[in-house]
Design a protein around this ligand. Structure first.
Ligand code: MN
Ligand code: MN
Length: 287
């Protein structure tokens, strides 16, 4: 009798153990895939000089499609879009201290600071696409020294631009910016792409339908958002990312900041007092 009870007990225990092992195995196999581990949320550094006028989006370090890169080593700040594989926006301060005679390094390369497991766009991904590797923060705006210049060639600062956009219209505003800086002024610049007109390569890098830029023109270096007044000059442009605009200049594509805010959903100059934003964001530059 006792023997039989032990036998039954042993069988029941074995069956329970087997079921537990099976259930455990199934649970283990069906465990949801761990999402790519992002850094825990850190409030964007208020001290980053390139974000003096504010952060246009809700960028932080938890959103792969609005991923904030604002480390101290980088001579600009940006929001990266992992799905589009281009920046949403790039923001930088420009004054004489950033200019100089360092040669263009031309070392377009993957950004090693992107989280592990993310696709890192390579320079060769643009090969044969018909589009330029278009800098948002321009190489010539960062000529203080070789390392600073080289940082502009990270592919997270690059979007596909047509030759006419990049080399003519867009370049004309980049040159005008450096002309103002050489007069002693300080600029706070944000640039990015809007819309989508397809993608390039097997990496499916998004091609923006237009490239936009907002420039706050301050009289002298060391400005803060509190120094912006209703009389501050703001230049905003929205340039179609097409061919056939070679003979135009940036002046032909001026818009108001309000128009760009409506188009992109961003809030530019968010650290500037509301009433001042209202006054300067509705105007179209006439200078
Ligand atoms: Mn360019
Ligand atoms: Mn605004």
């Amino acid at each position: 009798m006792l023997k039989r009870r032990w036998k039954i007990f042993a069988i029941v225990a074995l069956v329970i153990a087997a079921i537990a092992a099976m259930v455990g195995g199934v649970l283990l196999l069906n465990r949801p895939q761990q999402p790519t581990v992002l850094q825990p949320f850190l409030p964007p550094s208020v001290g980053n000089v390139h974000l003096t006028m504010g952060i246009p989006s809700q960028a932080d370090r938890t959103n792969a499609n609005d991923y904030l890169i604002d480390d101290d080593k980088r001579p600009y700040a940006l929001s990266y879009n992992d799905s589009k594989r281009i920046p949403n926006w790039v923001s930088w301060q420009l004054n004489k201290s950033w200019l100089g005679t360092a040669p263009r390094t031309n070392d377009f390369r993957e950004d090693p600071t992107l989280p592990k497991g993310w696709y890192r766009v390579k320079s060769t991904d643009y090969n044969g696409s018909g589009y330029d590797r278009g800098h948002m923060a321009p190489s010539a705006d960062r000529a203080r020294d070789t390392a600073t210049n080289s940082a502009t060639f990270l592919m997270t600062n690059i979007v596909p631009q047509t030759a006419d956009n990049n080399r003519d219209v867009w370049e004309s505003l980049e040159s005008e910016s450096r002309r103002l800086v050489n007069l002693g002024q300080e600029l706070y610049i944000v640039a990015g792409g809007a819309g989508e007109k397809g993608s390039i390569g097997s990496a499916k890098i998004s091609v923006p339908a237009s490239t936009w830029k907002v420039i706050v023109v301050m009289a002298k270096p060391g400005a803060t958002a509190a120094d912006v007044t209703s009389r501050t000059r703001v230049i905003a442009v929205d340039v179609p990312n097409i061919q056939g605009i070679k003979d135009k200049t940036w002046r032909d594509f001026r818009v108001s900041v309000d128009q760009l805010e409506a188009k992109t959903g961003y809030d530019f100059l968010s650290r500037v007092t509301g009433s001042v934003q209202q006054a300067i964001e509705r105007r179209v530059d006439k200078g």
